[in-house]
Design a protein around this ligand. Structure first.
Ligand SMILES: [Fe+2]
Length: 367
């Protein structure tokens, strides 16, 4: 299966992975056929693409790092915390500390059970869902990095909690500003920047989560070279846990469609971080993060350096830009029979040169 962007979805296509609404409700079940109505509904809800089964890679299924159930539970929890915060009365501005601890323990527990951790899935969120699912993604991505760094369980738990709550200060920012479809004015931007300090206050005052968590929330927009906010902190003055969270935050924000811009492809976000040196982030932390991220997630159709075209069938840690692929077309766009399975990790003369766009894929002969 592969991720197909919304404009390229057609009636009769088979849904590859369950699709959930922002509230954690199942909208489409895997195996179901798309109709013009369901496609219109996806568009209405702000989805930019979903996974479908197709003939290019029928046996290939990208796996999430945590279960659907845990992801949905965590998303609902973050949604309920942030939405309560936006009620004018301020009612419910209490952090459900026990529920937060429990869901983070579930996420950490599931990640620790994975034999090989690889971020190998493209984004399938809707616009409405952004802040909530973003928080869960940042927690998972920060934890993947923390595990690569060898952090013990208690540290991972604190890191996951801080990362999950990193944007909690946004409950004090008006929704008109947060969801504004145009660039913010200078004043609005200055106000949005205060979410880091607002959040730290909330976490320290109501959550009793400890300094690691508070520092993550306060410092997740600090940057290695001192370009960040609110403190303009540099290098080792930034909490390493906040630094890990800021890398996860940046990667996930880049790969998500936002109201004001289209998403970057996973390989663009990968290359951005790989080329970021010790400028914005501590590059040692970036390296640990990228060790577990696929530049070309499973199901991506890619061109190789010999002009052949292949579909990505798998990724492994440490080989982020060298996936396993199934070469389906030769350099002239003719079907290869039978297709050729290649592991680029062992085939070092061959590299991925680019990911194909949807219209290019549609123009290729089908197996
Ligand atoms: Fe933030």
């Amino acid at each position: 299966m592969r991720r197909v962007s919304l404009p390229a979805l057609k009636e009769g296509m088979k849904v590859g992975r369950n699709v959930y609404s922002a509230g954690g409700q199942m909208l489409l079940a895997a195996g179901q056929r798309l109709t013009s109505r369901t496609i219109a509904r996806l568009a209405e809800l702000g989805f930019t693409g979903i996974y479908v089964e197709d003939e290019l890679a029928p046996d290939v299924a990208p796996a999430d790092m945590i279960s659907e159930d845990t992801r949905a539970q965590a998303t609902r929890l973050v949604a309920s915390i942030l939405e309560h915060g936006h009620k004018p009365s301020g009612e419910g501005k209490v952090l459900a500390a026990e529920a937060i601890r429990a869901v983070v323990a579930r996420i950490v527990g599931e990640l620790l059970q994975q034999p090989r951790i690889m971020v190998d899935l493209s984004d399938i969120r809707s616009h409405d869902d952004y802040t909530f699912s973003h928080s869960v993604n940042v927690a998972v991505l920060a934890l993947v990095t923390g595990m690569a760094l060898g952090y013990p369980y208690s540290t991972l738990h604190n890191l996951g909690t801080g990362a999950l709550l990193h944007d909690i200060g946004k409950m004090d920012i008006p929704l008109q500003i947060l969801n504004k479809p145009r660039p913010l004015t200078a004043e609005e931007y200055e106000f949005v920047k205060r979410h880091a300090a607002f959040g730290a206050e909330i976490v320290a005052g109501r959550g009793d989560f400890g300094t690691t968590v508070t520092n993550i929330v306060l410092q997740h927009h600090e940057r290695y070279g001192g370009q960040g906010y609110p403190g303009g902190l540099k290098h080792k003055d930034i909490s390493p846990f906040a630094a890990v969270t800021s890398i996860a935050d940046t990667y996930d924000a880049m790969t998500a469609d936002r109201v004001y811009r289209r998403a970057h492809q996973p390989h663009e976000a990968y290359e951005f971080l790989a080329g970021s040196g010790n400028h914005l982030f501590d590059f040692n932390l970036v390296r640990h993060f990228l060790h577990h991220v696929a530049a070309y997630p499973t199901g991506t159709v890619v061109e190789l350096s010999d002009r052949t075209v292949a579909v990505v069938t798998g990724n492994q840690p440490g080989q982020g830009t060298r996936p396993r692929v199934r070469v389906l077309w030769d350099g002239l766009g003719m079907l290869l029979r039978p297709p050729r399975e290649v592991d680029l990790a062992g085939e070092t003369t061959l590299t991925v040169t680019r990911a194909l766009a949807e219209d290019e894929i549609a123009g290729l002969p089908k197996p």
